[in-house]
Design a protein around this ligand. Structure first.
Ligand code: BTN
Length: 318
């Protein structure tokens, strides 16, 4: 019923429609109409109520509500099942629970805010309410665990393309999967998986996209940025989320059809790491050199005075 009322309001967007007309049209009591309108307002829809004229939708919500996402979605598999939370500990945690319980491939978890959002290398991820896209996607890729790291590179290519298509802002990928604008991080990606020796049960790709955060905590302020600051205008999170799912699906379909080579080639083109002097901080060693390429496994190849080092994990600063 709520969706039907919303459809009526959207159909007459900006114009009043009386409570009586809604109740007659949808065969529901005026009190029920009023309760649904109140709930819609709580979901972020800007609805004006006038005692004589009725209700008018002034502005659509920018909340990442499943109905709003579905209205923009063009992907065939990603986002067919959507789990939405106003607040959650971490969308990756929720997605992992769903995946372990057998949810279909393409299931997504989105939240307005995360209480304990997680980043790579056991860092926390700043996830303020309504200011970003805190998203996890469940994939069940038909390849072995050795290929999981490349899923992260694949996700970075998909997200970078979606950002470019929706905002026009030119970002670059820092190895392995940060998306930077002006040397500041606008997107982080955390891939987690469950696997047997030779088969992946599921991969959860968690993406944190800073859309409209204006004030970061002091430790992040010099190194983080938001897309709205990069573009100087407001960005529809719903539209961007739908584009991310679409582009991610495109690259995923390509990988399943042709292997990782085309996506690694795209990653190289969109990279801001290759050709640069980098400092590598690994688990057991640190060194500096020039990032010259990524290999077929997605490892970063760094040329040092001692020779070419292969980096599969760790922190790389440019
Ligand atoms: C990083 O750059 O360190 C990765 C950050 C990943 C953050 C996202 S936000 C959605 C998902 N849920 C989490 O707890 N983390 C990822």
């Amino acid at each position: 019923m709520r969706t039907a009322i919303l459809e009526l309001l959207k159909h007459n967007a900006g114009q009043y429609i009386s409570g009586e007309e809604i109740s007659r049209n949808l065969n529901v009591s005026r009190t029920a109409v009023w309760k649904h309108i109140r709930a819609l307002k709580q979901s972020g829809y800007d609805i004006e109520a006038h005692s004589r004229l009725g209700y008018a939708l002034r502005q659509n919500t920018d909340r990442l509500l499943p109905a709003e996402i579905r209205a923009q979605l063009t992907s065939a598999v990603l986002g067919q099942e959507i789990h939405y939370f106003c607040e959650v500990d971490s969308t990756n945690n929720e997605a992992k629970k769903l995946a372990a319980n057998g949810c279909p491939e393409g299931t997504i978890v989105v939240a307005e805010t995360q209480v304990t959002g997680r980043g790579r290398l056991a860092r926390s991820w700043f996830s303020p309410f309504g200011k970003g896209i805190w998203l996890s996607v469940v994939l069940r890729p038909p390849f072995g665990p050795m290929d999981a790291a490349k899923c992260t590179l694949m996700a970075a290519v998909g997200v970078n393309r979606a950002i470019n298509a929706v905002t026009g802002v030119g970002c670059g990928i820092k190895w392995p999967n940060d998306i930077l604008w002006n040397n500041r991080k606008v997107v982080g990606i955390l891939t987690e998986m469950s696997a047997e020796l030779d088969v992946i049960n599921y991969v959860v790709i968690g993406m944190g996209i800073n859309v409209s955060i204006e004030h970061f905590p002091s430790e992040l302020a010099p190194i983080a940025a938001s897309l709205s600051v990069a573009t100087g205008r407001s960005i529809s999170r719903v539209k961007l989320l739908a584009a991310i799912l679409d582009e991610l699906e495109n690259v995923y379909v390509l990988v399943k059809k042709s292997g990782f080579a085309p996506v690694l080639a795209a990653w190289r083109k969109e990279s801001i790491t290759l050709g640069r002097q980098v400092d590598v901080r690994g688990f057991d060693r640190s060194f500096s050199g020039v990032a010259i390429d990524i290999d077929a496994d997605g490892a970063l190849l760094v040329k040092t005075p001692q020779g070419v080092e292969r980096v599969l994990a760790g922190d790389v600063s440019i």
